[in-house]
Design a protein around this ligand. Structure first.
Ligand code: COA
Length: 187
């Protein structure tokens, strides 16, 4: 059985592993790429906004097999993201450029959509509505407890499953950029 739970620090390494498993293949073999992925797409949320993290827990093993997390507003995000960007810089120029690109992607739309999210689930735990239940859990929480009115995300333009998933969950395409598609939802 799997259940959606509020994040607790004991799941820190599990969540980071989900981020690596669902990231580019190189993240599993190249330590610099691993660090870049974790500093850019994971650690900020777990350490700076843990109340905005929900996880999919496999009760049999008590391990996190998926996560959904977000930043409630862009100003707080950019301010508190700085130390993580410094760490990314140490992993190489290209990684730093990519991390800045990710942040700029959010910055451009931050006036209309100050909040953003990420969701990833280990392969055996996808389907059966797990992703949909998780994304509703986060968006309901953001709306009720954080006063968030709309939320955005960036998904790889080639990730057709992801785009289908977000459409199914009420997200609309805002713009198709070179590497990613910007999608958003009014809450
Ligand atoms: C995207 C993801 C979180 C969705 O979670 P999930 O548990 O598979 O989603 P659900 O079971 O709630 O599926 C909801 C909808 O997504 C779409 N979807 C799910 N699996 C699909 C597949 N294999 N092919 C196409 N669309 C699919 C369907 O529209 C589905 O609705 P349906 O079940 O009525 O057909 C999960 O697949 C995942 O972690 N993928 C890898 C990482 C990723 O792409 N993350 C997003 C990056 S921005």
């Amino acid at each position: 059985m799997v259940v959606i739970k509020k994040y607790e620090p004991k799941y820190f390494e599990d969540v980071r592993q989900v981020c690596i498993n669902t990231g580019p293949k190189e993240a599993s073999t190249n330590p610099n790429m691993r660090d870049f992925i974790l500093f850019t797409f994971c650690d900020y949320y777990l350490e700076q906004e843990p109340e905005n993290v929900f996880i999919l827990v496999d009760e049999e093993t008590d391990t996190a097999q998926g996560y959904v997390f977000g930043a409630r507003d862009f100003k707080t995000y950019i301010k508190n993201m700085k130390p993580y960007l410094k760490k990314v810089k140490k992993t190489g120029k290209e990684n730093y450029r990519d991390a800045i690109g990710e942040i700029l992607g959010h910055a451009i739309y931050s006036f209309k959509y100050p909040a953003h999210l990420h969701i990833d689930i280990n392969e055996p735990f996808r389907g059966n509505g797990n992703g949909s239940r998780m994304i509703s859990t986060l968006t309901e929480h953001m709306k009720k407890n954080k006063g968030v009115k709309s939320i955005m995300l960036i998904v790889g333009t080639s990730n057709k499953r992801g785009i289908n998933f977000y459409n199914k969950n009420g997200f609309k395409t805002v713009r198709v950029l070179k590497g990613g598609t910007v999608m958003a939802k009014e809450l």
